[in-house]
Design a protein around this ligand. Sequence first.
Ligand code: FAD
Length: 430
Amino acid sequence: MHIGIAGAGLLGRLLAWRLVRAGHAVQVFDAAGPAPVFRSQAPEQGYVPTAAGFTAAGMLSPMAELDNAEPGVAALGWRSIALWRQILAELPAPRPRLSVQGSVLLAHRGDAGAAQRVLDRLHAATLAPEWQRASPPELVQALDMAALRALEPSIAGPAQAWLLPGEGFIDTVVTMHALHADAAQTQWHWGQPVLAVDAGAGGGTLRLADGRVLAFDAVIDVRGVGARALAPSPLWGEGRGEGPAAPTEHTLPAPTPTLPQRGREHPHPNPLPRAGEGASQRDASAMGVRGVRGEVITLDCPGHGLTRPVRLLHPRHRVYIVPRSARQLIVGASEIESEDRSPVSLRSAVELMAAAHSVLPALAEARIERLDVNLRPALPDNNPRIECAGRRLAINGLFRHGWLLAPALVEQALQQTGWAPAIDTERELA
Ligand SMILES: Cc1cc2nc3c(=O)[nH]c(=O)nc-3n(C[C@H](O)[C@H](O)[C@H](O)COP(=O)(O)OP(=O)(O)OC[C@H]3O[C@@H](n4cnc5c(N)ncnc54)[C@H](O)[C@@H]3O)c2cc1C
């Protein structure tokens, strides 16, 4: 099939990679460029937001995420970890880094009560049948200070520690680039915002901001927060289901209602949606998505010595430190109910860095490489959703665990549509 994808973030790149390998002709349209522009390196004027997939620290924490997600959602994470192993093994060398040696949860003395409440919540969630079907047998393990030192000698300062077996991290930036590079037959269209992704008879259309309407055999909406940010328009009625207007950094022309062009590459009849159909499809495409602000800091700290991701219980933030390489670390992340993409606040930066330094003394001499802000795409119930109607597919709402869920959700979506065979995770890795 000729497939048109709106959005080249985490989901868009993964889908393009899978679909091209399944023999489809794929075109991807994205409002931004192929490489990330991190917030502290971005121009003030005309900033086109980068995919959240680039900003993410890449924690793969099915167990710790039980504190924020339903057991069924977190259980998808174990499947994704198995899929990431297989996907990265199929990418050409040098492969992106994936590490699953467990993660470490830490608490200072004053946070012992909060720590116990989190552990109680995790324990209760692990009793759910969905979780028990999907999870590995090992559960949270308490570590005494000697055991912590043996695992992570560079950590000092916390009063309590636990190992969360099987958790890990993935290098998000390298993986985003690698999926793009390895889906070489894909036609990538950068700087091309898509205003609407509509189903039509025998296929669907992408309505571009420049007025073109392109027809495909199948269309996919994976614009994340962008599925909503461009939706409000006088042409589409009064703020249908929209929250407060989102600040958009790039001004787009209002969509011009045009007859669909016969896509030069893929001519086939593609009538405009029937009366009433377009409205419901646009609502469906938005799914009520909102952006949740997150701030992260990238540090350069040669010889930091950390090998596993670390979470520190903190009264205000879910603080984590992810060792991206022998010298680079990511410290994150705030979680603020706002669609504000302005630069990182002093308060978040100070609190996140002070918390990280309180358990990793080597950070005292780290250098701040960059500060980044992005919006996590979240739906009203904070769960992800796959919507499949005819040849129109939409996936959204990956919220704070997109890297943890994306491969399993893409697998489910491709099984529902029948557009690509399943990945065999039992196959021996290269
Ligand atoms: C600070 C932060 C930390 C995070 N940390 C983690 C983590 O540790 N672990 C984890 O699992 N997840 C994490 N996440 C979540 C994860 O990044 C997201 O869930 C994931 O990126 C969502 O994937 P997506 O493809 O839906 O959206 P995105 O990756 O945001 O991609 C959407 C794409 O659509 C494009 N687009 C938008 N509007 C349009 C339009 N109108 N037309 C065409 N293209 C458009 C965008 O340019 C972008 O490329 C984090 C997120 C943030 C913000």
